[in-house]
Ligand binder design. Sequence first.
Ligand code: SF4
Length: 345
Amino acid sequence: MTNVRTDWTREEIAGLFNLPFTELLFQAASVHRQNHPPDQVQLCTLLSIKTGGCPEDCGYCSQSVKADSGVEATKLMDVQAVLQSAAQAKDHGSQRFCMGAAWRNPKDRDMPAIVEIVKGVREMGMETCMTLGMLTEKQADMLAEAGLDYYNHNIDSSPEYYERVISTRKFEERIETLDHVRNSGINVCSGGIVGMGETRDDRVGFVHTLATLEAHPESVPVNALVPVKGTVLGDMLHDTPLAKIDDIEFVRTVAVARITMPMSMVRLSAGRESMSDATQALCFMAGANSIFTGDKLLTAPNAGDDSDAALFERLGMTALQGEEPMRACGGQAASKQMAEGVPAE
Ligand code: SF4
């Protein structure tokens, strides 16, 4: 098992990004196979349980009230309808059901329905993940008590670039919610988006922030911006197509995330539908081992079950069986122990 470090410097991470591509890929693939089955990929399904009308101004998001993207605001879905979608996802082989609500933060009046959803999905034998915006300590504890397995809260980019993408909240508030989630005992899912016009140095800062948290997130989604017309970043990229992230740079980001956070699940998320099979294969080689299945992410298109099945067949890969390494060895406590150089039990 690889030694888990949380003391990475920005220089070390920049050095990894700068490696010759073949060397970087070799190192990442080596770390990957020491800690994960290299031919297995975790399948997750994502459902938007409350779409649009979000008061935040994230420049990439079609669900912000500031975006002119045509996404209609809906109310929180009915509990039974959510459970029905979860049952379908389970039938399609998903291990984990992720649910997203376009909120700045959940209101206390929303919590009973959210708790009921978590309990219902867990009773089906699926893992649960939610992304509901910022959480108070009390809300995080309520979700933990309901049995929520994961909470997603992305840091999006480097601390420096963050304020160029979002103005309605601060980077520190993101970290604060991650702390509440961690302290409540829920597993942390946190990643970001590349291709938002940020520099290589921002991508270094993005990975550095996650890799130096007291305990690494159990899941690290790496998204490639899906430029949606009507959003600030979507319009910017439509006007300057060269700003789009280069596939090789995207694979480099996945590889550096894998090397610096060896036990985490690194998830290919948004942007996968526009990647070639060859780029996705390189990402798997570089240590990505989790994807979203289905035709749709929260609002953006996704690759779809059929094309995923065809790709897995061509690559000789299968759906992940069994537990993730960080959970199998005790999650946060183990990660902390390993960070401190004490082997996990
Ligand atoms: S990313 Fe989330 S918080 Fe930001 S505008 Fe979209 S739904 Fe709201």
